[in-house]
Design a protein around this ligand. Structure first.
Ligand code: F6P
Length: 559
């Protein structure tokens, strides 16, 4: 396979799409009025997801050209290369195999990559995670005093935090008695406040770090270890000896990492560590052992259902023709909005309170993957890349930022996500509250698509001078995603859907969506600046005037 990305802007499809964009007069009202089949024709199914694309600002011709563009940049070839284990993470010379984490046991043909029996290793590690989760859940795993675990604290950041915390929140109805808490930020407030009220004898820490070299995670892990030792000693649960402290760590700390040597150096027994592999990117790692905390919370059976959900979407993506393929169509629609309609951002609006961390999770997935300005061969990109993903659950967002989506000057494509069956089927008198909630979802997508004309505003008796302020242009694109319920499988399907959307966009732009060099500089500088913050005069003087001024302000005002 060529190592030079195909420049999408030189393809015939791109050229034609530009012409269609120039001629386009968006009119969703008219398109729906004159084409009663539009909604049905532009609705797709992927696994349990029902995806209505009809309120997007595209004609059938444009959608057809977007499919052609996907073909002309060899999306099919790149997809096969990913699933096969080719080193498509070029800048790190690695395979990209998060899809292997969710292959079912016994899948054929077996996946062997770079001499590694990937299937065997994945199944062995998954079995280990599940067995451990069962031990913790059953109370067979105890702390130093023999007490079972009541709270699990996952210490990690980025992909080693966002996936587990988002999924735990999403699957709360499936969680057992063990509470999960999460520490990620190096702001000492995070660890201090998260663990302050915990009983050390019933607390288990999971240090989750792919590299086991991340400053935030290792700092927080050391702080948690100190807290454990101090509070256990204060409760006379351990003696003030090295042996006693080591024994406490063995019962209260486990690790998840690809760097098991560093886990041991930290003091965690490698038999209490769960591994994964360099071909799993941090932001793609929740279906790996990084999901250990989640497996404890929801149990091994549900965790396997979660993985099966991912696999359902993987298979849909890998095998479905492009014009029926939901991740391909949604990814190509994003390309349409970014590259042809000048959209800079993309809203993800879950109408499901349990998905309240989903937009934050997607921010790392999408923006760490596609926030790039060079292609995988090192050449500059030829078009805009990487829109900003953001969002909040409905209906909270409606009372905050929807004004701008409805009537602002920016085009903001939005994905609306909801489930048919509520976690809490409450009634307010006669009213089913979930139905009121869904009515808001449907009302918003309708208003965004069809707007409100000046004549309609006038017909309500509105004074002429405020008519224009009350007009809604409409033609604001949305995709509506619905599922029967927010089960572990559906959550896996949703996550995999967005993983593949991100991949599709990255291929069109020629990106290596699996490295993240852009976060390295800041990390390195933080280490270099730390002595200056601590008062080292030479280090302070070595800073630029702005940074020096900020450090001096800090030093003068710190109480
Ligand atoms: O933010 C950069 C990054 O490397 C992410 O990609 C990753 O998820 C996060 O840091 C945490 O890394 P680790 O799991 O190695 O601690």
């Amino acid at each position: 396979m060529s190592t030079t990305p195909i420049d999408a802007t030189t393809t015939a499809a791109w050229h034609e799409l530009s012409q269609h964009r120039d001629a386009l007069r968006p009119d969703l009202r008219e398109w729906f009025a004159s084409d009663p089949d539009r909604a049905q024709r532009l609705t797709r199914t992927a696994g349990d997801l029902h995806v209505d694309l009809s309120k997007n600002v595209v004609t059938d011709e444009i959608l057809g050209l977007l499919v052609q563009l996907a073909e002309q940049v060899d999306l099919g070839g790149r997809t096969e290369a990913m699933f096969r284990g080719d080193h498509i993470n070029v800048t790190e010379d690695r395979a990209v195999l998060h899809t292997a984490l969710r292959r079912p046991e016994g899948a054929e043909p077996r996946l062997t990559v770079d001499g590694q029996d990937v299937d065997a290793d994945v199944q062995a590690e998954l079995a280990k995670v599940c067995a451990f989760a069962e031990q913790v859940r059953s109370g067979a795993w105890t702390g130093v005093t023999g007490a079972p675990v009541k709270t699990v604290v996952n210490i990690g950041i980025g992909g080693s935090d966002l996936g587990p915390v988002m999924a735990y929140e999403a699957l709360k109805p499936y969680a057992g008695d063990i509470e999960l808490r999460f520490v990620s930020n190096i702001d000492p407030t995070d660890v201090a406040e998260t663990i302050a009220d915990l009983d050390p004898t019933t607390t288990l820490f999971i240090v989750a770090s792919k590299t086991f070299g991340t400053l935030e995670t290792l700092t927080n892990a050391r702080l948690a270890r100190e807290w454990l030792w101090e509070t256990l000693a204060a409760a006379d649960a351990i003696e003030n000896t090295d042996a006693s402290r080591t024994a406490a760590v063995a019962k209260h700390f486990v690790a998840v990492s690809t760097a098991l040597d560093k886990v041991e150096a930290f003091g965690i027994d490698p038999t209490n560590a769960f591994g994964f592999w360099d071909w799993v990117g941090g932001r793609y790692s929740v279906p790996s052992a990084i999901g250990t905390s989640l497996a404890i919370a929801i149990g091994p059976e549900r965790f396997r259902e979660f993985l099966a959900g991912f696999h359902t979407m993987d298979e849909h993506f890998r095998t479905t023709p492009f014009h029926q393929n939901v991740p391909v169509l949604m990814g190509m629609l994003n390309v349409w909005y970014v590259n042809f309609m000048d959209a800079h951002t993309h809203a993800v609006l879950p109408y499901a309170q349990h998905l309240h961390r989903f937009p934050a999770y997607l921010q790392q997935l999408t923006m760490e993957s596609n926030g790039k300005s060079v292609r995988w061969d090192g050449s500059p990109v030829t078009t805009a890349t990487g829109e900003v993903f953001w969002g909040e659950p409905g209906t909270n967002g409606q009372h905050a930022f929807y004004q701008l989506i409805h009537q602002g000057t920016r085009l903001i494509p939005a994905d609306f996500i909801a489930v048919a069956t509520p976690a809490h089927p409450l009634r307010d008198g006669e009213a089913d509250v979930h139905e009121l909630f869904l009515a808001n979802f449907f009302a918003q997508t309708k208003a965004l698509a069809f707007g409100k004309t000046a004549d309609e505003v006038r017909a309500e008796g509105t004074a002429e001078e405020v008519v224009s302020a009350r007009v809604f242009e409409g033609n604001r694109p949305t995709t509506s995603i619905m599922a029967p319920a927010l089960t572990p499988s559906v959550l896996g399907q949703l996550i995999a859907l967005y993983e593949h959307i991100t991949f599709v966009e990255g291929i069109v732009w020629g990106l290596d969506s699996f490295d993240q060099w852009g976060v390295e500089l800041g990390k390195k500088l933080a280490t270099e600046i730390a002595p200056a913050v601590g008062g080292d005069t030479a280090a302070i003087e070595a800073q630029d005037p702005s940074t020096r001024g900020l450090i001096e302000y800090y030093r003068a005002n710190r109480k």
